[in-house]
Design a protein around this ligand. Structure first.
Ligand code: NAD
Ligand code: UDP
Ligand code: UDP
Length: 311
């Protein structure tokens, strides 16, 4: 049994990770400031004596004795990370420094939830880990993209300079139950709109692409990555290689929900990446044949069922 700290544990991905690690028999400390997360995602875990919930902001130092740290704290939806961009950058950078300082002190292994956004609006397609990306340093998405890039730099430097055992997961667009209905990302927006009979809001002409990964596949990848040995310390893409346009996503959700919602085209936000698809060959070779297993329709059906219970 290990004692594991999950920052951002009350968020969408964090709550699934808390569940999974408790199920494996570990002790879990879930740390969150509830900016985008909520107690409702983990309320069912509160009577587990091996689960501890801590209200804390990762920009402040935190002291505990732990074996492993999953650093997930950071708003992930453009609407929320752009609400207070300076705070977003502080969360990524100061949060990384504090959690790396903690990992260094207690000799814990630490995993960073990085993102496909480090590739920006990619010119290389699909994106391998060796691609350095195409990121605007001064645009509306920069607080998130550059914050995550800086966090990766800090992770690698703590590894080289202080021998901290690090793992970096570059997570591609992930969806599933426990997403907040007002999260603002495309999958939850489209499902909520379809279920309420509201217009489906497509930004731009809907030809931009994303590759959507079901949360269960991601959690399997994250835990496998944490369990790798010291040979694995560079970034690893975790995503589903199936790529879809936003128009295809909207049509699939309309057909799965049987909704009569209409499609409404809205302006494309500045710096919105045109395409995104992971090269997952490194994950396959380093994580014992890991591969996203859940196809879009199966994952969306489970997510739709979750939102039906909420609305
Ligand atoms: P989320 O917004 O649901 O979860 C983020 C959690 O972090 C929330 O519970 C929030 O309250 C907490 N948080 C934010 N700032 C904090 C701070 N200063 N101190 C403590 N807690 C703080 O988002 P998510 O989708 O679950 O994302 C989790 C992590 O995975 C994030 O780091 C995100 O960047 C990364 N990621 C997610 C995706 C995705 O598609 N979901 C893709 C790439 C990377
Ligand atoms: N830190 C923390 N918890 C710990 C140890 C360190 O939050 O258990 C913070 C500490 O406050 C510092 C940061 O992590 O700001 C980086 O720590 P490190 O030891 O690398 O740097 P230093 O303290 O020398 O600046
Ligand atoms: N998007 C959309 N309608 C929405 C929300 C998002 O068409 O209601 C588009 C957005 O412009 C982007 C894609 O869907 O091209 C994915 O957006 P999301 O915010 O989910 O993730 P990210 O852009 O960070 O990959």
């Amino acid at each position: 049994m290990k004692r594991i700290l999950i920052t951002g544990g009350a968020g969408f991905i964090g709550s699934h990770l808390c569940e999974r690690l408790l199920k494996e028999g570990h002790e879990v400390i879930c740390l969150d400031n509830y900016f985008t997360g909520s107690k409702s995602t983990i309320i069912h875990l509160l009577d587990n004596p091996y689960f501890e919930l801590v209200r804390h902001d990762v920009t402040e130092p935190y002291y505990a004795e732990v074996d492993e740290i999953y650093n997930l704290a950071c708003p992930a939806s453009p609407v929320h990370y752009q609400y207070n961009p300076i705070k977003t950058m502080k969360t990524s950078v100061m949060g990384a420094i504090n959690m790396l300082g903690l990992a260094k002190r207690v000799k814990a292994k630490i995993l960073q939830a990085s993102t496909s956004e480090v590739y920006g609006d990619p010119i290389v397609h699909p994106q391998p880990e060796s691609y350095w990306g195409n990121v605007n340093p001064i645009g509306p998405r920069s607080c998130y993209d550059e914050g995550k890039r800086c966090a990766e730099t800090l992770f690698v430097d703590y590894h080289r300079q202080n021998h901290v055992a690090i793992k970096i997961a570059r997570i591609f667009n992930t969806y599933g139950p426990h997403m907040h209905p007002q999260d603002g990302r495309v999958v939850s927006n489209f499902i909520v709109q379809a279920l309420k009979g509201e217009d489906i809001t497509i930004f731009g002409d809907g030809t931009q692409t994303r590759s959507f990964q079901y949360v269960g596949d991601l959690i399997e990848g994250l835990t496998r990555l944490m369990n790798t040995g010291s040979a694995v310390s560079g970034p690893v893409n975790l995503g589903n290689a199936q790529e879809f346009t936003m128009l295809e996503l909207a049509e699939t959700i309309l057909s799965l929900t049987g909704s009569a919602s209409q499609i409404r085209f809205m302006p494309l936000p500045q710096d919105d990446p045109k395409q995104r698809q992971p090269d997952v060959s490194l994950a396959f070779s380093q994580l014992e044949g890991w591969k996203a297993q859940t196809d879009l329709k199966t994952g969306l059906s489970k997510t739709i069922r979750y939102f039906e219970t909420l609305l």
